[in-house]
Design a protein around this ligand. Sequence first.
Ligand code: DGL
Length: 272
Amino acid sequence: MATIGIFDSGYGGLTIFNKIQDTLPQYDYIYLGDNARAPYGTRSFEVVYRFTRQAVMRLFEEGCRLVILACNTASAKALRNIQQKDLPLLDPSLRVLGVIRPTVEAIDRISRTKHIGILGTTGTISSQSYTIEINHLFPHITVTGEACPMWVPLVENNEFTSPGADYFVKKHIEHILSLDPAIDTLILGCTHYPLLSDKIKAVLPPGITLFAQGERVAESLADYLLRHPEINERLTQKASRRFLTTESVDKFAETASVFLHQSVDVEHVSIH
Ligand code: DGL
């Protein structure tokens, strides 16, 4: 019997976990934040893959058999290798899923102009993962990416409501809209970014939709479990939650309560 693992470099995955637990409250979950090594967004492909692989292995050791990479950077840079190289050697019945594919699947429905903007970390944008997936599924959609390297540090350091955040939000929103004025939908392609939603909406011109991934990823997981009863029947359903961090448990507990609107018990882990 097994638990569902949720992984992010830090706190961002909690915006996904929040929606997953709203949709599928009955399952048992372990959340792992690699806060000691966050942010991942400016790290190389090799490093993001190595760190993500270590985290996923840790979640398997903790009893997970299904792990969601609730991180776009890890989904862009590590998911394919983990799925194609590591899992077949380790145990082909283990599953690791990302957040980019479910997000892309929803895009055609949301955009009227078929011009989409992706806001993400430097790693996610330079990997071109969104552009490649969108071109593959919806070749008629025009995609423009904008790397926002300061946004994750603002969230990780609890500065996302500060006046300093306004500057960095405005800068990137104005820039991406100047690159393609026909954009009618901006995707928050980083799980930390929903925390900046209010600030982003404040500078968005009317008629532009801001799309956060959480609900879509939760809906996609529910659908996946329906389509894969062999996985679903191995998942325990006692509604338990564990939170693991590689950094300070007190800081994680304090920040997680802002994301989740509830207090949580946190355990420290070392991963390597
Ligand atoms: N939350 C991760 C993402 O979705 C981000 C980031 C990071 O560590 O830079 O990309």
